[in-house]
Each structure stands twice: as C-alpha cells, then as structure tokens.
Design a protein around this ligand. Sequence first.
Ligand code: MN
Length: 296
Amino acid sequence: MNSKPRTVEALHSSNSFHWVGNGFYVSSYFPNQELPAERVSPFLLMDYGPARDFSPLPEGKRGVGWHPHRGFETVTLAWEGAVAHRDNAGHAGVIGPGDVQWMTAASGIFHEEYHETEFTRRGGPLHMMQLWVNLPRKDKIAPPAYQPLLAAQIPTVPLPSGGTVRVIAGDFQATSGPARTFTPITMLDVHIRAGEPLSVPLPTSYNALVVVANGSVQSGSTLASTGELLLFANDGSAIELTASTDAHLIVLAGEPIDEPIVQYGPFVMNSTSEIRQAMLDVQRGKFGPLPYDLEG
Ligand code: MN
C-alpha cells in the first residue's frame, strides 16, 4: 500500500482564551483571518477548552443559557468533566469523559449547555472541545436531530506500540465510527506513544487538520506541540506523523462544502437574506416552542 504523505501547509496556535457563558473557557482556533472557515470546510468553528479546574459550586450552574442555532451542527467532545445539554426539540443528555454529542440544529433549535449538576457541585477539571460543522444548502433546513455518541459506542483501534485510535466518524483501518454525517467526515481521537508513527489515509480532496491536545508530534520537518494545530495541504493520499512524545491528538477531516458561507452569530447560511429569514423565524416562533415556555 503506497500512500503519498500530505505536506504541512501551516501550523496554527491560539492563545486568546474567552469565556462562553460562565462555564467554558475556550480558545477559538477558527474561523479567523489566518484560518477562514472556507479553508477548513466542512468545519466552521473550533473552540477548544484544555483541562481547567473548576471549584465546587454549592448552588447555581455554569454554562450558557438558551440560544438558537440554524444551518449547521454542533459537535461537543468531552475528555474530563461532564456537560449537560437540553434543547427545545426534546433532546437532552450528559456527555462525560470519552463521549461525543453530535447535535444537528439544521432548520433551527434553541438549546442550553451547562456543566452537569453533580460535576458542578463536586468541581474538578473540564476538558472539552466544540466544533461547528456546516451543512450543505440542501440540508440546512432539515429537521433537528441529536446523536449522543457514548464512549462505549465509539470503537477503538489499537496501534502497534500501544496507542489507540477512537473512531468517532468516518473510517480508520476498516473500523467505522458511529456518527451519521451529512457530508463525508473523518473524526479520530488519538492517543499515541512516543516514537509511534501514524498514517491516516484520506481522500486528497478532504480538508485535514490535526489538533495536538497534549504532547508533540512531527510531520515532515514540522514539529507541533501542545495547543498547536497542523493544517495539511491537499496534496497527498494520507496524513503521516510520528509522535515525539506520548501525545493526544484530534484528527479532523472532511470533504469541503463548496458553497458560500455567511455566518451571523448563531446562524450559518448561504446568503444574507437567509440570515435575515433566520432572525425573523426566531421571532415568529419557527424554531419551536420558546425556551421560557419549557421552564416550570
Ligand atoms: Mn450552542
């Protein structure tokens, strides 16, 4: 099996953290001027929250309250701590270590995202990531959906030197991930041992990036360390790297959606008129029952 390794196009990092609500202290890796959404399509946004300790909170909650989304999916991964989600399409769930929540906002939902109550009371580290995944024009007004992908459902492929590859979406070495996606996506959660090589064959057309959550890896002549993101050129049949230390990586890849991207706050559509329509539809109650009607 001959694979032509892709070259590293760029190394990105993010040092600017911000709070999402009062619960998620994250760094936004994209979109921005250096890494526009078009270059990482079908991914739109990546907020990464490295492990951070939260003190026990005897009452109240931490997170972000009811807000709408339309036109895309939110994918939340947790490695430490626990995040509770609830939406007005009737979906609710908790994602804990190793779990992934794949939420299709599509035609429109309101949801809230908080630290799970028991975790809030107990305190401890939270380590998470949220991705926004775009939908093609034809699916932007599909019905909302919800896939709780629990750790036990996510298959693990062992690597020869003791590492592991958890397949969330797409395939790795003939193992398929459980996520149902609208467009082809590969999402892998990788733990790799120092000195171990990793080759992930991908169609050349896929945009592909690797986030180094911990440790360091080398690809070609580029060394990427904790907190850095490797963007690969679309010039080969596989991404190839070797771990310099034990490392935790997230591999994100997918077929680009070649359509205009217009984002305004929590809406991602193809045109400004569709954004205006989304704002009108929120006011007209077309995103389902308003959240305050769900309270009490
Ligand atoms: Mn949200």
